[in-house]
Design a protein around this ligand. Structure first.
Ligand code: ATP
Length: 299
């Protein structure tokens, strides 16, 4: 069997997600501050007779194995650009929750792109890879670069951000997913008739990231999609309350949800908060992770 290439890709949490009014094309302008955290999917690509996708992990049954899988779409997009056929087996070892608001599908798209690029030796530049990522989805460019970044436009125009240290998190999984488009539709419904401000990054939040100060970050995190996620999934309020009760510095819905994210002071508090969340029964699984971590990386 020919040797394959494995790429490891992190999940993300949005420490700020500011959402503008729906544009005429239906998309929303965003000011999206991403932090890559140490929960990972691994994508392994090997030469094959045709395109095939397999997936293992606790949520594997919810992952499509056809050409709609973002990993498959990434392989097809890169192959098209370089005039080849995407004859590869893509295997996803999935640890990022599916439809959890942590960009799991985007991670697999970025991972497959980097893995196929390495396997085929296309010589694509970083900018070319980032272009393909942006075509695949708003969160895919960030999955490639990782670290911390501000995303504007639909979230895909990235500016890297400085961070002054590691931030510790606890993530509570919800047992079922939430569709990102459905959450945006609910945002539109909830804000109809109101004056939705232009999305702008918070200066205080960027300062907190740069200083590596968890208390200052906790005071400034925000997610404009949270009311919409809570409206579609009211049980999330119990998870947020349980994390706050366990001493988290901040509790918020991760991206479009339904994973909830808890910022804590250090690894020891993460452990304590995770235990309290597990005992609360308000979530299906609990994980700890810190960030920033690098983006998609060939192993
Ligand atoms: P985001 O945080 O970027 O909004 P998410 O983490 O909420 O995304 P994903 O896990 O990316 O959501 O999955 C959303 C949907 O995308 C899934 O329900 C699934 O149908 C589809 N999908 C396509 N490719 C993948 C993949 N490789 N892994 C998971 N889901 C995928």
């Amino acid at each position: 069997m020919s040797a394959g290439v494995t790429v490891r890709v992190p999940a993300k949490v949005n420490v700020q997600l500011a959402v503008g009014a729906a544009r005429p094309d239906g998309f929303h302008d965003l000011a999206n501050v991403f932090l890559a955290v140490g929960l990972y999917d691994e994508v392994t690509v090997t030469p094959a007779d045709g395109l095939r996708v397999t997936c293992e992990g606790p949520d594997a049954a919810q992952v499509p194995l056809d050409r709609t899988n973002l990993a498959a779409r990434a392989a097809i997009a890169l192959a098209e650009r370089y005039g080849r056929t995407p004859d590869v087996h893509l295997h996803i070892a999935k640890d990022i929750p599916v439809a959890g608001g942590m960009a799991g599908g985007s991670a697999d798209g970025a991972g497959a792109l980097l893995a196929c690029d390495a396997l085929w030796g296309t010589g694509a530049t970083r900018d070319e890879l980032l272009d393909i990522c942006a075509e695949l989805g708003s969160d895919v460019p960030f999955s490639l670069v990782g670290g911390a970044a501000l995303g504007t436009g639909r979230g895909e125009k990235l500016t890297a951000l400085e961070t002054g240290g590691a931030f510790h998190w606890v993530f509570a999984m919800a047992g079922r997913g939430l569709s990102t488009p459905a959450v945006f539709r609910e945002f539109d419904r909830l804000t109809r008739g109101t004056d939705v401000p232009e999305p702008v990054a918070s200066g205080a939040l960027l300062d907190a990231l740069a200083a590596g100060d968890p208390d200052a970050l906790a005071a400034t995190v925000s997610n404009d999609l949270q009311p919409a996620a809570l409206s579609l999934f009211p049980e999330l309020a119990a998870a947020l309350a349980a994390g706050r009760g366990a001493g988290a510095l901040a509790a918020l819905v991760s991206g479009s949800g339904p994973t909830t994210a808890f910022l804590v002071r250090d690894a020891k508090s993460a452990h304590r908060t995770a235990e309290a969340l597990r005992a609360s029964g308000a979530c299906s699984a609990v994980r700890t992770a810190s960030g920033p971590v690098p983006g998609a990386t060939v192993l």
